[in-house]
Structures are given as C-alpha cells and as structure tokens.
Design a protein around this ligand. Sequence first.
Ligand code: RTP
Ligand code: MG
Length: 140
Amino acid sequence: MQRTLSIIKPDAVARNLLGAICVRFEQAGLAIVAARMMHLTREQAEGFYAIHRERPFFKDLVEFMRSGPILVLILEGDEAVRKNREIMGATNPAEALAGTIRHDYAETIDANAVHGSDAPETAQQEIEFFFEQDEIFSRN
Ligand code: RTP
Ligand code: MG
C-alpha cells in the first residue's frame, strides 16, 4: 500500500471537473484518504514547486497555480505513485495517451489539470507539505 499527492489544478476546478477527475482515481483503485480545497499563496506555490526554481517556466507555473482554488488530495492504493502518473498522462496534454486525464481534460502544458508526485520519496514530502497526520483517513 502506498500514498501519493494529487492536486487538481485551477484550470480543472474552474471548469467543474472535480467529480470527473476524482472518479478516475477511484475507478483505478486509488482511495481518496485526505482532501483540502485551498487557494495557494505565492509563498506556498513557490515552496511546493521549489525544485523547479531555476527552470524558465517557474514564474508562469507559480502564477498559474495561484490563479484560482485547487483541490489537494492524498491517494492511497497499490503502487499509488506509478498508477496515478499513468492515469494522469504526459505533462504535455498533446502527448498524453487517449483515456488519460490530461488527454481528456487538459488544454495546455501550463494548464494541465492535475499534479501527481513523481516518486515515493517526493510523495512523502509533498504529503507533509499539505497535511497533518490527523487529517489523513487511511482505508487500511
Ligand atoms: P506535475 O509536477 O505538475 O505533476 O507535472 P509533471 O511532473 O508532469 O511535470 P514537471 O516536469 O514536474 O513540471 C511541473 C509543471 O510545470 C509545467 N511545465 N511547463 N512550459 C514548459 O515547458 C513546462 N514544463 C513543465 C507543467 O504545468 C508541469 O505540470
Ligand atoms: Mg512533477
């Protein structure tokens, strides 16, 4: 059993896709064990994406992530990190496989509907960034 962090990004929240995206997680066998809707401050957005600080797209990424409310989730299940990345699809929706969230719902590489942790270690860090232990409701 593994946990991963998912964010439904401002573009998907604005387009009323919360339900459609959460269904994908549950149908893939991932349980939502924590949820928090919030509007990131600049400090929070910069902190969360600190690993990308030197990248040319950093400023746009931070602005986009603060452009509206997001839904932050912890997903739990077998191989949660890998499974979530698989159902999200490629970063650039134009390259995402049919049937993935980004193929079906995302519009651009910036407004790409969802975030998902890229490894178990980063999942742990990202979960701690947003949640206290008593906000997590494991199914196990
Ligand atoms: P995420 O972290 O949001 O789950 O996405 P990812 O792993 O698929 O992609 P990553 O390389 O971690 O990049 C983080 C986010 O930055 C934006 N990005 N823009 N313009 C660009 O070339 C570019 N590259 C990345 C995307 O919104 C990506 O989700
Ligand atoms: Mg990433």
